[in-house]
Design a protein around this ligand. Structure first.
Ligand code: SIN
Length: 325
């Protein structure tokens, strides 16, 4: 049986077009099909590549409905014995959230490689074709597993990858641990172990999370918001969210998880009203350190928001106010 790689298209700048080849910012994302993107890379030798369009959007607009479809299609292709890996073309803006979702729901034993670009497909020096070629190389690497992200020659783990720059082609970073490896002339040079199936938060609950995500209508996913603790913070925003029915809150807290004194009473009232409140750091790198770090200690605010949403969705591990950090 020939080994098959499936490429799922979701849009993004990698599929974007501008009216001028010199324009790297004034483009429209999600214009080219994934089949077009595949045609722009050299013929792939050594296996079959199938392309399927799952969505066509600017990833700033990513949401539950597109995620449900993507999870379904990735799970479907992963279950095919001839498929050795799945590549997903995606926008850079919410790539890390989709990566987290797929890792948490599927904990895949075969590689799921997210790939994106910072320049549109029409750019003079477009980065998409090389990134796609690198992603294909990673997806075909023996022993590859888990959800990964490939950009600018670097391979990142889903649990660690962050977009850290709004313009540079090497806009992604893995923080303290560094990238999993680099792709050089189509060969992965690996610095770290492949991700554990339980990479990310919580082990063993992937099937329950996936079932909950796929069976809950997109418009019924729990409402979880991020608020930030900052100089001159006020509690009014939290009070308004609770009054409006928010079901979970993530505080992007200062430094090692501290919260402005003006915000604290509103957060305590939210917890008392049954709204789980998680804390993580608004710092770009590192984790909350100490005994009270809480369940989101190692997560970015947007990972934590999604994780709390998942836990509110999944019956087995519902988040309660007791989780409040
Ligand atoms: C997007 O996230 O879809 C647009 C921005 C990008 O891909 O760089």
């Amino acid at each position: 049986m020939p080994s098959t790689i499936v490429i799922l298209g979701t849009g993004g700048t990698i599929a974007g077009t501008a009216s001028s080849a010199q324009d790297n910012v004034g483009y429209t994302a999600a214009q080219r099909t994934v089949a077009d993107l595949l045609a722009a890379v050299p013929a792939w030798v050594g296996g079959v590549v199938e392309a399927e369009q799952v969505a066509q959007l600017d990833s700033k607009d990513m949401g539950a409905a597109a995620w449900q479809r993507l999870v379904q299609r990735v799970a479907h292709h992963q279950a095919r014995p001839e498929v050795t890996g799945v590549v997903i073309t995606h926008g850079t803006d919410t790539l890390e959230e989709t990566a987290w979702l797929l890792q948490r729901l599927l904990a895949p034993a075969k590689p799921v490689v997210l790939v994106a670009a910072m320049r549109p497909a029409t750019a003079l020096a477009a980065d998409g074709p090389q990134n796609l070629l690198d992603a294909l190389a990673v997806a075909r690497t023996a022993g590859a597993r888990g959800v990964l992200a490939v950009l600018a020659g670097q391979v990142h783990l889903a649990s660690e990858v962050r977009k850290v720059h709004p313009y540079r082609p090497d806009a992604f970073d893995s923080g303290d641990g560094g990238p999993l490896g680099v792709v050089e002339e189509g060969v992965l040079r690996r610095f770290r172990n492949w991700p554990d199936p339980a990479d990310g938060a919580g082990a063993g609950d992937a099937p329950a999370l996936a079932a909950a995500v796929l069976t809950t209508a997109a418009e019924s996913w729990p409402w979880v918001e991020i608020i930030t603790s900052h100089a001159a913070a006020r509690g009014d925003g939290v009070q308004a969210l609770v009054a409006a029915g928010v079901q979970g809150l993530v505080v992007a807290a200062t430094g090692n998880g501290t919260v402005h004194q003006a915000l604290k009473p509103a957060l305590e009232a939210a917890v008392a009203a049954g709204v789980p409140v998680w804390r993580c750091s608004r710092c770009a790198q590192g984790v909350l350190v100490g005994p009270d770090a809480g369940p989101a200690a190692a997560m970015s605010p947007w990972q934590a928001r999604l994780e709390l949403q998942l836990r509110l969705l999944a019956p087995a591990r519902s988040a309660t106010a007791a989780d409040a950090g």
